[in-house]
Design a protein around this ligand. Sequence first.
Ligand code: 3H9
Length: 702
Amino acid sequence: MPELIRYEVRDRVAVLTVDNPPVNALGPGVPEAIEAAVARGCADAGIDAIVLIGSGSTFIAGADIRIFATIKNREQSLERSESIHARLMRIEDATKPTVAAIHGTALGGGLEVAMSFHYRVMAPDAKVGQPEVLLGIIPGAGGTQRLPRLCGAAMAIDMCTAGKPVAAQQALAAGIVDQITGPSLRDDAIAFAQSKVGAIRKTRERSERIASRDAGIAACAAARAALAKTARGVKAPFTAVDAIEGAFTLDFEGGSLRERELFADCVMSHESRALRHMFFADREAAKVPDVPKDTPVTKIERAAVIGAGTMGGGIAMAYANAGIPVLLKDVDDAAVLKGMATIRKNYESTVAKGKMTAEAMARTLSLITPTTAYDGFEHVDIVVEAAFEDMNLKKQIFADLGRITRPSSILASNTSTLDIDEFAKASGRPRQVIGHHFFSPANVMKLLEIVRGKETSKEAIATSLALAKRLGKVGVVVGNCFAFVANRMLAYYMREALLLLEEGATVPQIDNAMTEFGMPVGPFGMQDIAGIDVGWRIRQFLKSIGKTRAEGPQSAVPDRLYEMGRYGQKTGAGWYKYEAGSRNRIHDPLVDQIAAEEAATRGITRRAVKDEEIIARIMTALANEGARVLEEGYATRASDIDAVYCYGFGYPRHVGGPMFYADAIGLPTVLARVKQYREQCGDYWQPAALLEKLAAEGKSFN
Ligand code: 3H9
């Protein structure tokens, strides 16, 4: 068994090094080992003080998240938290001063351990945080009680409800840590510990920041009111506030007990199961079975984007935001200047919102160089093509790129519908060609669908995954099927929404049902933003090659809107009406009338449709198509599909993605629904073979 804690002595200070790679999580044995090492230091006459430090890249990243899945019920959760609570009390009762020395991140249980030490010092680039809400839980080892004692109600609430880590300067100013160290954290922590010999200070006994009960209660009330607007559909942030309130209304023991009870409620919730699933889904997505971890990766130092339209501009911003210089090429000055003006406007609006400084904007903008020629393309490590969806145009571009760029450059396409292998052939360098499908707005949406062609090299895939992380995105590798995974599934989501509309639901009813479910915007509101003309163009292209977006009846309602010039928000009308200059969606009975006419043409008797049916049908369509994607091998695992849908279209992470949601309902139920809809709606509902197989075997997708 490797040692989880190393115990060394330097100048009468015991240095305890946690060694539990990769992130020193508090897995089985780690809290016990910390307690034992602290006790050893206290018992050792040759020791005056104790320092706890992490090995590798970080201090302690919190509890081992996998452990939560082993908690069977509330009682077991209470037992386990009581045990860690008692352990941290014993650590805090150390008879010699203890110092936590933080580098990397002290998160969740990691910060809780640090707060049970008498002092904390941190490296200038380290961060501390209580990110538990992002996992649907709250701090469960005294965080909601010790943190307010260090930094007061407002900051504790902020940290525990938003989950965002705070940087060293802010942590020092707030009183969470006592010193920011110089270049040697270890040496400085030892010196700091020596300066505290004889000075024991227990966080749980500190009262200055929680002295005003009324102020604490008022801060909690204000936080609840603010969360009611921002934290829709999730419970954990509210629960964190309830727990923090206990720091102001109860003594330490009472507040800690309340925290443990609230933690137990959270850890058993669907919200927590779903968010924990998504935590691992994000990371699993980076693992591609036939692309080993040690596959060589090209460091992307310079990039180029072709096409300065909405997507190309957004992609250039994503690169610039990551500090990568990027050439932005379009056919003429007018196009490229228009693209640059939009980019500038986007940054200006970020600055106006206070989310970026003017200097940072100038610095970032200076990384984007507009051009109308291929000059400089010979120096770039990657080109992302984001031209119009036209096969011949794109093939020409890839042929040019194959000639102009260095043999090692990656040639990526942002196509959403076209065959990557055709571009690969045209380039003459198929191993370097790959799909990089961004989602609009490309500088914001977190998904990067990485599409591997027949001959794409492992190096190109590994480089794309590393690049996605650098761009702040979740990269998911998918196969080269029509529309890839995200848009292929979206087609089924939209098909069902359109058919429900013809059957008698209204546009606002369907949109509201889906936003109540947790989507940021309903299917029709989303199309009004994206442009009904965009969908029309894709349908025309598909018609020309004898395809449809999704199997099943094709509603004619979107074409009727297109023919009326109703393209969505940009034309003041689409699925909704809009008043001049406003994005407020207004229900338009004319759309109901068109839907009724099309229903009559298809012989459908309209009826009242319940919200539950809307959600169930749309979710079943997604899961069934997701199962087909899996059985055809276009996604590696179900959780990749969950990541795709969450990060590409804003599917609520706290629900866990469409495949996780199906697992939660139970695959036999999902299968029964498919069969029921086949009876009710027609033979276009056919269960995926994988769904039938897994349901019969009592298994799940994930
Ligand atoms: C908690 O503490 C509750 C307490 O209140 C109660 C205490 C009793 N557990 O992200 P990376 C794995 S709740 C298990 O790619 P980075 C991760 O899956 C916890 N595994 O690295 C990955 O594995 P693989 C509160 C973990 O450098 C590998 O480590 N804490 C954990 O980009 C590398 O991860 C958090 O929520 C974990 N806690 O980022 C912190 N953390 O290689 C969650 C990571 O097999 N963690 N792994 O795919 C993070 O935010 C980031 O991992 C961190 C490093 C910033 C630490």
